[in-house]
Unconditional design. Structure first.
Lengths: 340, 100
């Protein structure tokens, strides 16, 4: 769920940046384009979530039947629904916007933003219909397919999850990747690696959906296919939910020791709260109670910890800085970010 | 990314031997400098390298932003954190305290 929200946050940022890159038209200015340009400028100046929400709401209410309304749907769900903890308000606004919007792409974006809010509020909503409506207008791209699959399995919609994860698999080949990015000059190895990354995302969702549809053997075989192409960060934490889903599946089939081993890197070296709960559950299943859990966690952490590779990078005054000198003898938080 | 959320953590623990180093993964210098000035961030900020010298993906295999790593006094990476949402400060503060 958390990774899903981060992904939404990222899409919100990218969607708005894409809008920023549009060039101002030289001829007569379309009033909607002008409103969007004005909105962009004001939004960029707003420093807090509280300041951003009314701007988004005003734009979306004024221009509900535009593709921009679709582009802002994620921002409504993320800022109003999640950060400001007003899911009712966000759900209502998106629902009103959807009723007035006729653009297939925008309707999909609005529907995808609404669905998790609907689930949170106990409203009924058909995620499959959201995806099928867009599929009636045009083929979904990989990102949209995996978004539907991720959202489905995060909300126990197993059949929809399996269907769209399988669809996403058809786009997880080097050829499909090259077709999606015809202007980029990737080497064969780069295409394979990008296709594998797509495959890893799709297989994790597919395995978990199949497991929950009681197709256990197929699920385990699907997970096994994903293991060799799994990518992890510097300390072994996975960047897809593969370890979480596979670990939970192992636990459910009674192999608690294997579940602990699979879940440990994401639970202990990463910030996946679901993996952290699952590894505790696996520990209790293996040992009978949680005695010694904290000590076990610490010993796993020491075992999985890795000495940091130093590096030299320039600061914004152009001076080279050596990381080992900056962090020497200190507890250091090293954060990779990008400005939005 | 709510990078300004790191500033209070830095202020709270810096006198106990805690430092913060941030690297702009996209190497968008103009935006980064503007952002850092606007939010009054006082910890160390670096530009990412390019090509083979790119640090985010090249060494740390960062795939999602923001990603943070917590390194102990002996230079061991002890924890990684994806995202930085409201409420994450508390969790990260606990991890920092366990290492100080």
């Amino acid at each position: 769920m958390k990774k899903f929200l981060i992904a939404v946050g990222l899409l919100v940022a990218l969607g708005l940046m894409a809008g920023c890159a549009k060039e101002a038209p030289e001829e007569a200015v379309d009033p909607i384009e002008q409103a969007w340009t004005d909105f962009r400028a004001e939004y960029g100046e707003a420093e807090t979530t509280e300041a951003k929400i009314p701007l988004v709401e005003a734009f979306i209410r004024e221009h509900p039947d535009t593709d921009y309304a679709g582009r802002l749907a994620g921002a409504v769900a993320y800022y109003q629904g999640h950060e400001m903890e007003d899911p009712e308000g966000a759900y209502a606004l998106l629902g009103e916007t959807l009723a007035k919007n006729t653009d297939p792409d925008a309707r999909f974006q609005i529907g995808m933003a609404m669905f998790p809010l609907a689930m949170e509020l106990g409203e009924s909503m058909d995620l499959g219909a959201v995806a099928d409506e867009l599929a009636g207008a045009r083929e979904l791209d990989f990102g949209e397919m995996i978004d539907v699959a991720d959202t489905a399995v995060a909300h126990d919609q197993w059949e929809i999850g399996a269907k769209w994860a399988e669809a996403a698999m058809t786009k997880a080949t080097p050829d499909a990747y090259a077709t999606d990015y015809p202007d980029d000059d990737y080497t064969e190895a780069e295409l394979v690696s990008r296709a594998d990354r797509r495959k890893g995302m799709a297989l994790a969702d597919l395995g978990w959906a199949l497991f929950n549809l009681d197709r256990t053997e197929e699920a385990m075989a699907t997970f096994e296919q994903a293991v060799p192409i799994k990518t992890v960060n510097y300390v072994g934490a996975a960047d897809t939910p593969l370890d979480l889903y596979r670990g939970k599946a192992m636990l459910a089939t009674g192999d608690a020791a294997k579940a602990m081993e699979i879940l440990a890197p994401s639970a202990i070296m990463g910030s996946d709260h679901d993996a952290a709960s699952a590894v505790r559950e696996a520990y209790i299943a293996a040992k009978g109670n949680d005695d010694g859990f904290d000590e076990w966690t610490w010993s796993e952490r020491i075992a999985l910890a890795k000495p940091v590779d130093t590096f030299t990078l320039a600061d914004y005054e152009g001076n080279d800085q050596d990381f080992s000198a900056l962090s020497d003898g200190k507890v250091t938080l090293l954060a990779f970010w990008f400005p939005t | 990314m709510e990078l300004p959320r790191l500033q209070p953590l830095f202020e709270t623990y810096k006198d106990q031997g805690f430092s913060v180093v941030v690297v702009d993964g996209k190497a968008d210098t103009e935006r980064a400098v503007k952002f850092i000035e606007k939010h009054g961030l006082t910890y160390t900020a670096l530009e990412n390298g390019e090509g083979d010298a790119e640090i985010a993906k090249g060494i740390f295999n960062v795939r999602g932003y923001p990603t943070s790593f917590l390194i102990d006094r002996e230079g061991r990476v002890m924890y990684s954190h994806l995202g930085f949402e409201a409420g994450d400060e508390e969790h990260i503060a606990k991890e920092i305290e366990s290492l100080l």
